[in-house]
Design a protein around this ligand. Structure first.
Ligand SMILES: O=C1O[C@H](COP(=O)(O)O)[C@@H](O)[C@H](O)[C@H]1O
Length: 235
């Protein structure tokens, strides 16, 4: 299945966020119908936060467990903490249970152990994964210049999460990270890649036209036998 077939452009971010919100809501409802609960991996960063706020207003007849696709190794009350942003966006939504993948103090080694334990406790496929993308082509915290990128991308590695240091460090969030690996992210019933703005669109168009080996987003879009991957773009 080519992700091209599923790339959708929207007139504006509001429409994109509504469509992605609808898709996540449907994924949760199907999962709850089938298994009594839904299991999600959700991007941090700024782009998808309104989707989460919309999902938080939906009444679900069951539980949703979710974790961040990646986390910055900072204390949980730090403004750059993805979990903090997710908690704020979901507010006190009764259905939602958010699982941290870092320790409250942001310690890297202890956080990696926590992420691995959390993923080992819940080995099932995600019902949906929502990914953002950086203008450098990173997804989750799989960064193009990281020394251990290959470990994060390797299919069948059996590694669910890794600690990594982006190189160069992004100035807006210059921290070590914990990230789910590509093979763990791919264990999903559906994946939504949410991208806004012209700069990121140019990156996407380039990788869809001609794959750029070293870019993590390319690894996602070129993965063999992936689950359905839907690309959503708006200005
Ligand atoms: O560092 C991160 O960046 C990406 C993209 O974030 P955005 O603010 O440009 O939407 C995000 O998907 C990832 O979870 C985050 O940790």
């Amino acid at each position: 299945m080519s992700p091209n077939e599923h790339a959708r452009s929207y007139a504006d971010a509001a429409r994109l966020l509504e469509a992605v919100g609808d898709a996540l809501e449907q994924a949760c409802r199907s999962a709850i119908r089938a298994r009594g609960a839904a299991w999600l991996a959700l991007a941090g960063g700024r782009t998808p936060l309104p989707v989460y706020a919309r999902l938080a207003r939906t009444a679900f007849d069951g539980r949703i467990d979710a974790l961040p696709t990646d986390e910055r190794c900072v204390p949980h009350d730090h403004p750059a903490c993805n979990l903090r942003q997710l908690r704020t966006a979901f507010g006190d939504s009764p259905a939602m249970r958010l699982h941290p993948i870092t320790r409250a103090d942001g310690d890297v080694a202890a956080s990696l152990a926590l992420a691995q334990a959390t993923l080992a406790e819940r080995p099932g496929d995600f019902d949906a994964v929502l990914l953002g993308m950086g203008a450098d082509g990173h997804i989750a915290s799989l960064f193009p210049g990281a020394a251990n990128l290959a470990q994060g991308m390797a299919p069948g590695s059996g590694i669910d999460a890794l600690a990594t240091v982006p190189d160069p460090l992004p100035p807006e969030a210059p921290f070590a990270r914990i990230s789910l690996t590509l093979p763990r992210l791919l264990r999903a019933r559906e994946i939504h890649l949410v991208v806004t703005g012209e700069e990121k669109r140019a990156v996407l168009q380039r990788v869809l036209r001609e794959p750029q080996g070293g870019l993590p987003v390319c690894g996602l879009l070129q993965a063999p036998s992936p689950p359905p991957i839907r690309i959503h773009w708006s200005p």
